[in-house]
Design a protein around this ligand. Structure first.
Ligand code: MG
Ligand code: MG
Length: 252
């Protein structure tokens, strides 16, 4: 069942989303060569707690980190570790925070130092694909419209669309109905209504869309070892479109 949030619930979703946004902004200057992903994770943990929130992912299905830190060919769900970031890496930070029982979820890709043109291209077009998908979000639209738009955009830019992992509804649980795939057919899937909250999150690969899971049972890796990018916002469906919850402009 897809829940419709009340105005009060949406106000809490905005607060949770804004904490996630602020955590990204807080971490951004630390994303430099030499820092370990575990150090980033600790910074995120302390910051989220300082905002009267709790990390959504810590202990979720046993996940051991506050945030997911996925480097280069790691697509998502990378576990924070003693691995140091290097110049030229692309690192994806996926952050979730829970405020008064409501979750925000947003992933972003960061360049460590100077990245090559291929990674720049991947980052630019994966971020654009997120907004191409979000552009479909309005009452009466189908979930399939979002995936179709992202898939068309990715295909036009020769990027592989990861299919095994998808966006999702969000609210009292970080993952709720419906699934929001990054591929699909227009006019199919559940119909969006005002007050629904979803996370849209394209994961696009420079090469093949194929992936596998590492022995740690979490980290998802591209089959061909080429880099992957990930951008995600949680949004609420409004009367005539959507509003980003995990941004800085969600307070009127
Ligand atoms: Mg996420
Ligand atoms: Mg998500």
């Amino acid at each position: 069942m897809i829940s419709i949030k009340s105005d009060y619930e949406i106000s809490l979703m905005k607060k949770a989303g804004n904490i996630v946004y602020k955590t990204h902004q807080y971490l951004k200057p630390y994303v430099k060569a030499g820092i370990t992903t575990k150090e980033l994770d600790k910074l995120a943990y302390d910051f989220i707690l300082s905002q009267d929130a709790t990390p959504s992912f810590l202990n979720y299905d046993g996940f051991p980190g506050t945030i997911c830190t996925s480097i280069n060919d790691e697509v998502v769900h990378g576990i924070p570790s003693n691995r140091k970031l290097k110049n030229g890496d692309i690192v994806k930070l996926d952050i979730g925070a829970c405020y008064k029982g409501y979750h925000g979820d947003s992933a972003w890709s960061y360049a460590v130092g100077k990245v090559d043109d291929k990674i720049k291209y991947l980052m630019e077009h994966t971020e654009k694909a997120l907004f191409v998908g979000l552009n479909e979000v309005k009452p009466g639209a189908h979930i399939g419209d979002i995936g179709a738009a992202i898939e068309e955009y990715a295909n036009a830019h020769n990027l592989g669309v990861v299919r095994e992992l998808v966006g999702h509804g969000i609210g009292n649980n970080v993952h709720e109905d419906p699934d929001v795939p990054n591929y699909g057919k227009r006019g199919t899937g559940p119909v969006l209504k005002e007050g629904m909250c979803i996370a849209v999150e394209p994961m696009l690969n420079l090469g093949t869309h194929k992936i596998y899971i590492l022995d740690d049972d979490w980290t998802i890796i591209t089959r061909d070892g080429l880099p992957s990018a990930h951008y995600e916002h949680s949004v609420v469906v409004t009367k005539d479109g959507y509003q980003i919850l995990t941004g800085d402009d969600n307070f009127e």
